[in-house]
Design a binder for this molecule. Structure first.
Ligand code: UD1
Ligand code: CA
Length: 481
């Protein structure tokens, strides 16, 4: 492996991507939780290159900022004007200090499906065959727009001809240039000096290097990709969605082969960064994003959207939106729950239906089963929060914390006006507005006394259906006496 470790990988990403019709540069569009260029860099990193250079041009401030975010080890080379792929590589080599010894791999920034394995295979072929250049090619059903691979009668590659410059006979060729190459660095630098611009686009074509090296008597090779879909470049949003589907399928296939049940791959979407334990079940309509991890035997879905969320072993999450939450082992969440950042649910705990939580630690075995908001709170173990409770954390200016102890039973329709503490083992009455601390083991009652005004309906609503019903009830009461 070390023998074929490239001296550099050059990623071409200076183009505008006009056909995306977007304010966002093409290579920053995302599929499966990673930018297009991010996918290419991840594949490139598998080669462990000594240098990784991205050629930037269009919207380079945005692209450069993104690159330093995702891979600070990347160097950038600025191509002020996009004078062609050959020109772009020339600028990258200048950034590296001119001619470079060893292998230089060139890839495009808009081919997110390209794998590290394919790049490694290309580098290996290049090395074993002792080539000056090896191009990754593919047989495609429709070669329109691509550079065609021209071979002689012995099958040796003689040139790459761009679609716009090709003859009718050449356009019939279905083997295309993927835009991925391995070069001998020194020969590449030399050949790039000889590339001309006398073509239909008036550009310096990197592809011309093949013919130049061949005419100088060097070995030119090709490696045919096993799956042509892997090398597809993204030019518009239709291709973007197709690539997302393919990558998503790849990720789900890997998950299933590692022991995850995916009920409906067609409606399940995952990011590359999501991790699964064994015997996880994912139900339809589920989207898993960011650093989400599903623990062994957990069950998620249907209809969940989880971002940066940890679901521990055996937990069950149904119809839930969650961002930045940690769901403990064997806990249950949903249906219809909204977990916001800082939610921590303990083992065997429950966050039920129409419950929203934020910055809330809910201890082992504790339950918030129905219709509640729990924000900025600590709840101990084996406590039950009554239905329709609100942790009133905001006075319009600042947020305050509520603490509820262990083994508490709070009544339905409580307001906990923070900052406030309910001690261990305490009870609160239904309908209470808790504004003062509740000592451990007490019952807090904080609501108006009930007053019944007898005969009010007969006096104020005479002849109404309510009055008649009341009258009938009182007569029945009398006859029963
Ligand atoms: C290129 C190839 C073509 C191949 C196809 C594969 C050339 C001349 N043609 O064509 O043989 O079949 O890719 O997708 O190489 N770029 C720069 N600077 C430039 C020009 C391009 O950085 O001056 C970058 C683009 O951002 C893009 C990549 O190089 O990532 C390819 O450029 P593009 O214009 O898309 O080339 P194609 O016409 O598709
Ligand atoms: Ca292209």
């Amino acid at each position: 492996m070390s023998a074929i470790r490239p001296a550099a990988v050059v990623v071409l990403a200076a183009g505008e991507g006009t056909r995306m019709k977007s304010a966002t540069p093409k290579v920053l569009h995302e599929i499966c939780g990673r930018s297009l260029v991010g996918h290419v860099l991840a594949a490139a990193r598998e080669l462990a290159p000594e240098n990784l250079v991205v050629v930037v041009g269009h919207a380079r401030e945005k692209v450069t900022a993104h690159l330093s975010d995702i891979d600070p080890g990347v160097r950038t080379a600025v191509q002020e004007e996009q004078n062609g792929t050959g020109h772009a590589v020339r600028i990258a080599l200048e950034q590296l200090g001119g001619g470079i010894d060893g292998t230089v791999v060139v890839v495009c920034g808009d081919t997110p499906l390209l794998t590290g394995a394919t790049l490694s295979a290309l580098a290996a072929t290049h090395h074993t065959d002792g080539n000056a250049v090896t191009v990754l090619t593919a047989e495609v059903p429709d070669a329109t727009g691509y550079g065609r691979i021209v071979r002689d009668e012995t099958g040796a590659v003689t040139a790459i001809v761009e679609h716009k410059d090709a003859t009718d006979a050449q356009r019939a060729i279905r083997e295309i240039n993927s835009g991925v190459f391995a070069f001998d660095g020194a020969l590449l630098a030399d050949a790039l000096k000889k590339v001309r611009t006398d073509n239909s686009q008036g550009e310096e074509y990197l592809t011309d290097v093949l013919g130049i090296l061949r005419e100088a008597g060097h070995r030119v090779g090709a490696s045919v990709a096993a799956d042509h879909r892997e090398i597809a470049g993204i030019n518009n949003r239709v291709q973007l969605s197709e690539a997302r589907r393919i990558l998503n399928d790849r990720l789900l296939t890997a998950a299933m082969l590692s022991g995850v049940t995916v009920i409906d791959p067609a409606t399940t979407w995952v990011d590359v960064t999501v991790a699964f334990g064994q015997d996880v079940t994912v139900h339809p309509g589920t989207q898993l994003h960011g650093s989400t991890r599903l623990g062994e035997g957990s069950e998620v879905g249907p209809n969940c959207r989880l971002k940066d969320t940890v679901v521990d072993a055996g937990a069950r999450v149904d119809t839930t939106v969650s961002d930045g939450a940690h769901i403990g082992p064997n806990a249950t969440v949903g249906p219809y729950a909204y977990l916001r950042p800082g939610t921590r649910l303990g083992a065997k705990g429950k966050i039920g239906t129409y419950v929203e939580t934020k910055n809330a630690a809910i201890g082992e075995g504790s339950k918030v089963p129905h219709l509640s908001y729990v924000g900025d709170a600590t709840i101990g173990e084996y406590t039950n929060i009554g239905a329709a409770s609100v942790f009133v954390n905001y006075d319009g200016q600042a947020k305050y914390h509520t603490t509820v102890g262990s083994h508490c039973r709070t009544g339905s329709d409580n307001m906990f006006v923070a900052p406030v503490t309910v001690g261990d083992g305490a009870y609160t009455a239904a309908g209470s507005v808790i504004t003062k601390d509740v000592p451990p083991g007490s019952l807090a009652v904080a609501r108006g006394q009930q007053r019944n005004i007898e005969g009010w309906v007969a006096r104020k609503r005479p002849g109404s259906a309510a009055a008649k019903a009341a009258e009938a009830a009182s007569q029945q009461g009398e006859s029963e006496d």
